[in-house]
Design a protein around this ligand. Structure first.
Ligand code: F6P
Length: 580
């Protein structure tokens, strides 16, 4: 991996950009920046290879970012100085970008086409693409057998339900894609007569809700866990396993081999084959992946592909992978950063956070099918870039933050929730995502516009409202009474970007959107010089929870409070009195 010459904030181009922002851009209002048409035309980029005569898939409009033409030039210089393309290349080559865990970062290999090749450096696993497609073929065959009823549950019923057990990256990605495709016509057809449910939280409430309305005899359980050791997932998996055993033991008391119940209803996606075997999942029902796929980057591995193929059919999931692949190619081969969408998203994200000093970012899809997209991006981005040291272990200077706080909701619901704060409280860089068509067009007779047009009116209006605001002068002209003037005033000057896809959200575009955000997260990490692919920050809480768990365990086995105290770490004192 090519390291930058020094930490990112010492790069002359970063300092020059910062100086320009402080001296010039911060003093201009977005209203004035938006009046500059020459600037605006540079800040709208189409996702299409016009030379190859491709149609436009999407338009990225960052005219509403608080940047002027000179600042943009300087931002592109940052990309150059940060060796962005060298870093992107090293990712695609499988160099060990995840240096603290000595792992390659190759989720892009999950979308490579059959026949392509990628030998993972310093490993004996051979051609990653070949291995990926071997698993894909197994998933295609297996999901087909389940969907056609060739493979059935223990009692002979068709397995029409899928229950996914998993948490974090083993849950959020599949749930986002599941929701995104629920109302897509092709996917909907594929899912006819089928149910897909999730069990993520260890809270027993989630178990109760997950199995509600599910006939377990018609249910195939997919345990999604890269490590197969995650406490919550394994406890949930054991709970569901027992539920299956109890159900069938009552119905078939003569069956002595309870393992048969489990084998007929449980499969697993994991990199830990010894543990899946120990758990009782048959080897032919385990779908593997590799340590070069990070959990939050795993939706294109069997983690997403297996359950989504069971539910929607393999063909739909293939389109999703193809969409992601198209962005991988765009990202890798578009060497002009001013035309490369994931790079631009990353650059503007970096600019908003580091140069303009915004702590947070709102992800606002104007598409109800993307209701789980913000939650997925929250993990993807915050677990990746929520870091305080560089790749080489240098702590950031005080006040420097890498990953922003991510939150979001579909529009227009968010408008009736937290947009008040965005318009008149704290400025929060917003990312609007829209589609020119709806998955489910409607036109109520007598209405002047369709519901989708109503939705998109808001999609187009919000960036302007945030940027332009409303002046006292305008309010006075409208006759607003003086005591209300300040209340009704919008300062504006609030940045946003918009990503508009042509057509309706479908599996292909869903893959494109996913890959754009995956790569933008990597780009921002490259700019900060951090490792976006480890997650040491989740460890401490797990360790301390172990101490508390010991207390609960001791309580159940009626051990004395002195012995309990001995079992907990010296540095940590859980409220044992309360627990006992
Ligand atoms: O929260 C930490 C984490 O390791 C995530 O990165 C990961 O996606 C999740 O837990 C689940 O891990 P696993 O797939 O190993 O169960």
């Amino acid at each position: 991996m090519v390291e930058s010459a020094s930490t990112f904030d010492k790069l002359p181009s970063v300092q020059a950009l910062r100086a320009h922002f402080q001296a010039v851009t911060s003093k201009a209002h977005l209203r004035d920046l938006l009046a500059d048409e020459a600037r605006n035309s540079q800040l709208r980029v189409a996702l299409a290879n016009e030379q190859a005569g491709e149609k436009t898939d999407a338009i990225f409009d960052f005219t509403h970012a608080k940047i002027d033409a000179e600042g943009f030039k300087k931002l592109l210089k940052v990309a150059e100085d940060a060796n962005l393309f060298a870093k992107i290349d090293s990712m695609f080559k499988g160099e060990k970008l995840n240096n603290t865990e000595k792992r390659s970062v190759l989720h892009v290999a999950l979308r490579m086409r059959e026949g392509e090749s990628l030998i993972v450096p310093d490993s004996d696993e051979g051609d990653a693409v070949k291995n990926v497609h071997a698993v894909l073929h197994r998933i295609q065959e297996f999901s087909q057998k389940i969907r056609t009823g060739e493979a059935r549950g223990y009692s002979g019923k068709e397995l029409r339900n899928t229950l996914i057990i998993g948490i974090g990256g083993s849950y959020l990605g599949p749930e986002f894609v599941f929701e995104a495709l629920r109302t897509d016509e092709a996917a909907r057809k594929g899912a006819e007569g089928r149910k897909l449910k999730f069990l993520a939280n260890v809270d027993p409430i989630d178990f109760t809700r997950a199995i509600e309305g599910l006939d377990i005899e018609e249910t195939l359980v997919v345990i999604n866990s890269k490590t197969f050791t995650t406490a919550e997932t394994m406890l949930n998996a054991r709970t569901v396993r027992q539920f299956i055993i109890d159900h069938y033991s009552q119905k078939y008391p003569e069956e002595q081999d309870k393992q048969k119940f489990v084998e007929a209803h449980m499969c697993a996606v994991s990199t830990n084959l010894p543990e899946t075997k120990k758990f009782g999942v048959k080897d032919e029902r385990v779908f593997g992946f590799w340590d070069w796929v990070g959990g939050r980057y795993s939706v294109c591995s069997a983690v997403g592909v297996l359950p989504l193929s069971l539910h929607y059919g393999f063909e739909n999931v293939k389109h999703f992978l193809e969409g992601a692949k198209s962005i991988d190619e765009h990202f890798r081969t578009t060497r002009d950063p001013s035309k490369n969408l994931p790079i631009l998203l990353g650059l503007i994200g970096f600019y908003n956070s580091y140069i303009c000093g915004h702590d947070s970012r709102a992800i606002l899809p104007y598409c109800q099918a993307l209701l789980k997209f913000p939650a997925h991006i929250q993990q993807l981005d915050m677990e990746s870039n929520g870091k305080g040291v560089t790749r080489t272990g240098e702590r950031f200077e005080a006040g420097v933050q890498a990953g922003p706080i991510i939150f979001g909701e579909p529009g227009t619901n968010g408008q009736h929730s937290f947009y008040q704060l965005m318009h008149q409280g704290r400025p929060i860089p917003a990312e609007f995502i829209g589609f020119t068509k709806s998955q489910t067009p409607t036109l109520l007779p007598g209405e002047p516009v369709t519901s989708h047009d109503e939705l998109m009116s808001n999609f187009f209006a919000q960036p302007d409202a945030l940027a332009l605001g409303k002046t006292l002068d305008q309010l006075q002209k409208e006759g607003v009474p003086p005591p209300l003037l300040e209340h009704k005033r919008f300062l504006g000057d609030r940045p946003s970007v918009s990503l508009l896809f042509m057509g309706a959200l479908d599996a292909y575009k869903c893959g494109q959107l996913l890959a754009m955000y995956e790569h933008r997260v990597a780009v921002e990490g490259f700019l900060y010089g951090i490792n976006s692919f480890d997650q040491w920050g989740v460890e401490l809480g797990k360790v301390l929870a172990k101490d508390v768990r010991n207390v609960f365990q001791a309580k159940q086995s009626k051990v004395s409070s002195d012995d309990i105290a001995k079992q907990t770490s010296e540095k940590f004192n859980p409220p044992t009195n309360f627990l006992l």
